[in-house]
Ligand binder design. Sequence first.
Ligand code: SAH
Length: 220
Amino acid sequence: MCPAPADREAERARLVDYMARRGIHDDAVLAAMQLVPRELFVPPELAEFAYRDTALPIEAGQTISQPYVVALMIQALELRTADRVLEIGTGSGYAAAVLGRVAGEVYTVERLAELAGMARERLAELGYDNIEVRHGDGHAGWPEHAPYDGIVVAAAAGEVPEQLRLQLAVGGRLVIPVGAAFAPHELLRIRRTRPDEFRVEKLGEVRFVPLLPGHTDTTD
Ligand code: SAH
């Protein structure tokens, strides 16, 4: 059985403390993680594990990312409250919800229709009114809302998709795991310093599910 909401809040606080001890220092990110109920973003039978710092399986054979990695990536985006963000790989919608508490507007693209539909519904029910979910291929970004102050990719790419770089505002940051499928991936932060200049920083090693190739399973 799931513990009562008050217990979950205490569990969440312990997880946030643990994040801070592991080096997450952006107060806005920590505050957002204290607010978002991760237990509502995992399948009900896994809700008891929601505050362990691990990835968990979700529907359609996908995963909800490890909380520490979500915090690390969002911190790396260096967001301010009015910023516009694009996420590729909505999955459960958890990271989008955290982004929604840190930034002004969030656009998130998910390739699998089932997941896009579930996340859209869940985020609406929970009252996140600054997040839009789209079913589509993330390689193309979401040009209608570009340029973005931050873009975060929740699946590993063989190389950085060109469209994502081009949809960054000047000064914008793209955080993306890059590497061969199933190998360890390098987390990169790419900063668009001028219209035609991009600076790349390596932020460390991570492991992600692969970014699926560029067609969607069905169309909306
Ligand atoms: N941010 C998510 C993590 C999801 S895991 C969360 O907090 O739960 C990565 C997600 O990327 C999966 O849901 C997967 O279906 C999606 N994905 C994979 N390839 C994609 C692509 N080309 N375009 C958009 N989404 C993609």
